[in-house]
Design a protein around this ligand. Structure first.
Ligand code: ZN
Length: 290
């Protein structure tokens, strides 16, 4: 640990330089972060299953959804347990969805990828916190919406609170030193696109006579704004709408149904837009500034 102390803390790219000087330390950090990310992936799996069923994600211990047996800690290790038990319950041998394995693996990889990327920016802790939260939120919201056509409030409200709180604790990411200014900026960055999309949903509903846009999608954009900022929220909305329209047309053609009777969930497309912004947002900003 000695070199962590000898590194100047004022410059945030210390770990990056440490990684080049001590590759084994970088490898160790990446393994630790992969495990950390896959543990959060495991929690997201619990959210994906329980939130649409209005169950608490914290109170009851993990249990088999078929036979109800509590899952022991050694059968609940992310990725490993799924492989060792070949994706089945130890008690009743019911097969588990491959989602458990996929979400844990993907979150581990995304956490590592974003750790490397954040090391190249100026405000590592703040960027890491809001980026990781956004990745977890996008995974949960996208998956639940794809499966249940709903983005639960139990997901969007905590994401908003975390976004504003992270801004307050690490205001330098928002270009200010005052915690209340950063928190206010974060709040406004969510409320503006949320109000914009909310107005669109209301007007659309009036004109079409049916729901054209779910309120879960509106809250998703508001939460994305509070985590990523105003440009990130509008980018997410733009990419989500564009990709969602393509997806809708593709789906209508594939099912040979008229477009207006083809309903596809918007959430996964919004989630994909937000993930793109997490990884490429600063490059896009720089390109637009010229
Ligand atoms: Zn079981």
């Amino acid at each position: 640990m000695f070199f962590f102390q000898s590194m100047p803390v004022s410059t945030y790219d210390w770990w990056m330089r440490a990684g080049f000087v001590y590759p084994s330390c970088l490898a160790f950090a990446l393994i630790a972060i992969f495990i950390f990310g896959s543990c959060w992936g495991s929690f997201i799996n619990v959210c994906i299953w329980r939130m649409p069923r209005h169950e608490s994600v914290v109170s009851a211990p993990s249990h088999c959804t078929v036979c109800g047996t509590d899952i022991r800690w050694y059968d609940n290790l992310p990725i490993l347990s799924y492989i060792l038990l070949r994706g089945r319950c130890r008690a009743c041998h019911a097969p588990y969805s491959c989602r458990y394995f996929v979400v844990e693996l993907v979150m581990g990889l995304l956490f590592c990828a974003f750790f490397v990327k954040a090391g190249l920016t100026q405000q590592v802790p703040g960027v890491l916190a809001s980026g990781w939260i956004m990745l977890l939120f996008a995974m949960a919201a996208g998956w639940i919406d794809a499966k249940h056509r709903i983005i639960p409030d139990a997901l969007t409200y905590p994401a908003m609170i975390l976004g504003v709180t992270a801004a307050g604790f690490l205001p330098e990411v928002w270009g200010t030193e005052k915690w209340y200014a950063a928190a206010a900026l974060s709040l406004a960055s969510g409320l503006i696109p949320g109000a914009f999309l909310g107005a669109f949903a209301l007007i659309g509903e009036k004109l079409a006579g049916r729901e054209v846009l779910g309120w879960g999608d509106v809250k998703f954009i508001a939460a994305a704004g509070m985590l990523l900022g105003l440009p990130g929220a509008f980018f997410t909305l733009f990419i989500g709408s564009f990709a969602g329209s393509l997806g809708g047309v593709g789906c209508a053609l594939y099912r040979r149904r008229p477009l207006r009777r083809t309903a596809i969930p918007f959430g996964p497309f919004l989630a994909a837009g937000a993930v793109l912004w997490v990884f490429f947002g600063n490059l896009i900003c720089r390109a637009l500034r010229g």
